[in-house]
Design a protein around this ligand. Structure first.
Ligand code: MN
Length: 240
């Protein structure tokens, strides 16, 4: 039996030791590969290479693509000017992640985006983001929790007939570590979960192809929540 290989897009982190000062390292929180492994897949971490042909070759070794959380998406990539509450952005990370999404889609490789990954998917397919959730709504709830992400933060309400409804049911308590969110949803996508203040917490492509965006951090809950682990199992099943 073939075990699906799941590409996990790298992020960047800086080294501040004197002899490496300012150098970038490829960064992936180990909870992502652990969740993929525990759900029956083989995690493969992709370093950020600024070449579209290399992206194609990287993806051709894999059966699924996971886009992890990370820094903000530069609003210039969805034709908005940066607002005061925008966080840190990086043009290589944006280009690499958005190119991965487009190439994986072209290659019929299922895509799961988590937190920033959900936002990258929306932007890659033509949607926009709130640069900070305070720009979205007056009636705010907490979306950037101080407690560890194994703790829950707020409920989400889930659409029937969605990828995640069969796993989580009509509502579920999730963690929350984002200050941006989907604003205008990309064409051919639908909202499949919202929080009580109306913030979009999950999106999916309305198509046979599997493209799922999750705004919370299931990889931080999968090790002690059997239901959340099923999300990764279901995604990996789509990658066979
Ligand atoms: Mn949230």
């Amino acid at each position: 039996m073939k075990i699906p290989k799941i590409a996990i897009a790298g992020g960047l982190t800086k080294d501040f030791r004197v002899e490496f000062a300012g150098d970038y390292y490829t960064k992936v929180n180990n909870n992502y590969p652990n969740a993929i492994f525990n759900a029956g897949g083989i995690p493969i971490i992709l370093p950020l290479i600024n070449d579209i042909n290399i992206i194609q070759e990287q993806l051709s070794c894999c059966d699924g693509l996971l886009l992890p959380g990370g820094i903000d998406v530069n609003p210039l990539s969805y034709e908005e000017l940066p607002k005061p509450l925008l966080g840190n952005t990086n043009s290589l990370v944006d280009w690499y992640h958005i190119s991965l999404v487009k190439k994986a889609f072209e290659m019929d490789i299922p895509i799961l985006g988590i937190c920033r990954g959900c936002q990258v998917i929306n932007v890659a397919f033509g949607g926009t983001l709130y640069q900070d959730i305070s720009y979205a709504t007056e009636t705010q709830i907490l979306h950037k929790q101080d407690s560890h992400l194994s703790e829950r933060c707020h409920p989400i309400f889930i659409e029937k007939n969605s990828f995640i409804y069969d796993i989580f049911g009509s509502n579920y308590l999730v963690n929350s570590a984002h200050h941006q969110s989907v604003k205008r949803i990309a064409p051919n996508f639908k909202t499949t979960a919202v929080s009580p203040d109306g913030i979009i917490e999950a999106i999916e492509l309305v198509d046979e192809k599997v493209v799922i965006g999750i705004q919370w951090h299931p990889e931080m809950m999968a090790s002690n929540d059997e239901i959340t682990l099923k999300l990764f199992r279901k995604f990996i099943d789509c990658c066979k």
